[in-house]
Ligand binder design. Structure first.
Ligand code: PEP
Length: 254
């Protein structure tokens, strides 16, 4: 973890939650995080219908709010879609863009992800751009080709400067929800390669945070965070359990 980039820990609830369970989880996070005075910036990403509840329950705390997806359109005849402006109105600071589940299950292309990235920026949201290779791509030695292709689609659409204060989330698809975390050194190698690619195009691009996602748990977080280019975590399953999520947050060195 770098001393200059503030750590970022994001809890992606995916399609989980219920009013009573959310209230209990958020109350435990409020209490646990205010006691611990975290070194990290912490955000939760509930499903759309619970954003209002989470926004109200997190008011006055340091825990930030994010959404899991957004439309690439600003408004209009797009039934079922949710715009960046709507997310901002409900207190979101962040939004996930290009999560591998949306790329794989909803067929989101690199170009669509790039449009969503632009829609987020236009509404003042900070995009968390998810990048990652499948197991087959990794076995074929194509990890960097894949993550660079996904990154370059955003650079081509919006320019390198659009990434300066965004967040990148390197999430190897084979590690998501499987319990198979990437070895910290292997994840670090990808983070370093991404950072070098950004820096080669824009010296000022040293600053984006690059967080790791893929079966981050309380017992592996500290080893991941010890890597110099891993700036935090995008946490799925463990974010649904207050004790586990708090332990991951506390694995960040103050
Ligand atoms: C995710 O949903 O982005 C994720 C990394 O999930 P998990 O931590 O469960 O692997």
């Amino acid at each position: 973890m770098s001393p200059v980039r503030p750590a970022f820990i994001a809890g992606n609830w995916k399609m989980n939650g219920a009013l009573a369970a959310n209230a209990a989880l958020l109350e435990k996070l409020r209490t646990g995080l205010s006691l611990a005075r975290e070194a990290a910036e912490i955000a939760v990403f509930p499903p759309f219908p619970y954003l209002d509840q989470a926004s109200r329950l997190l008011a006055g705390t340091a825990i930030l709010l994010g959404a899991q997806d957004l439309s690439d359109h600003a408004d209009g005849a797009h039934t079922g879609e949710v715009s960046a402006r709507m997310l901002a109105e409900f207190g979101c600071r962040y939004v996930l863009v290009g999560h591998s589940e949306r790329r794989a299950l909803r067929g989101e292309t690199d170009e669509e992800v790039a449009r969503k990235f632009g829609a987020a920026r236009a509404a003042g949201l900070i995009p968390v751009l998810c990048l990652g290779e499948t197991l087959a791509e990794r076995q074929a030695g194509a990890t960097l080709d894949v993550v660079f292709r996904q990154l370059d689609a955003v650079i081509a659409a919006h320019g390198i400067s659009s990434l300066r204060d965004a967040v990148l989330a390197y999430e190897p698809v084979w590690a998501i929800g499987t319990g198979q975390t990437a070895a910290p050194e292997a994840a670090e190698a990808v983070h370093l390669a991404l950072r070098q690619r950004l820096a080669s195009q824009d010296a000022a691009a040293e600053t984006p945070r690059i967080v790791y996602g893929g079966s981050v748990k309380a017992d592996n977080a500290a080893r991941l965070f010890a890597q110099p280019n891993i700036d935090g975590a995008l946490v799925g399953g463990a974010a649904l359990y207050a004790d586990d999520f708090l332990a991951i947050c506390q694995a960040v060195d103050p």
